[in-house]
Design a protein. Structure first.
Length: 157
């Protein structure tokens, strides 16, 4: 029988990383409800798997990797591909971020992901490359292209 991580360790991890996990899941899925579900799944996996980390950076990277994997699994599921989020019909976003949010929503998943990791989670290109399992040069190229696409969308082009 596998031992679960202590509740205090889980609480500490959630206090420290819950916002990061939620933001990444929301950036990926564009749905608050789905992001909340994914966030719960990530910490449930953390609780059940009881991983051992060499450092705090290792724990952070593990949580980011599991979040990305859960998002990919979630978006590829049969049910999700055939539903429309309720949030698409109810305007609940803050007006000052609406333009940026709408532009980000128009980007491809991979573009949103690299922009989010770089700008919101302060990941280096090396960390992003490790998370996405690609080269640093590929990450820099993706960032440049994603910035260009976002800029064009914000300018109306």
């Amino acid at each position: 029988m596998k031992l679960l991580c202590p509740a205090s360790e889980l609480e500490e991890a959630m206090d420290r990383y819950e916002t990061m996990v939620f933001r990444l899941a929301y950036s990926y899925t564009r749905s608050r409800c789905d992001a909340q579900d994914i966030c719960q799944e990530v910490f449930l996996r953390y609780f059940c798997s009881r991983p051992i980390f060499a450092s705090e950076e290792h724990r952070r990277a593990w949580l980011l990797r599991v979040t990305v994997n859960r998002c990919k699994s979630h978006l590829s599921s049969w049910w999700i591909r055939r539903t429309v989020p309720l949030e698409d019909h109810i305007p609940i976003r803050q007006p000052e971020y609406l333009e940026l949010d709408l532009a980000m929503a128009q980007l491809k998943e991979r573009d949103r992901l690299v922009l989010h990791l770089f700008y919101y989670e302060d990941c280096t290109t090396r960390e992003i490359a490790q998370l996405l399992r690609c080269s640093e040069a590929a990450v820099r190229t993706r960032l440049t292209r994603a910035r260009d696409r976002l800029g064009a969308l914000l300018k109306g082009g």
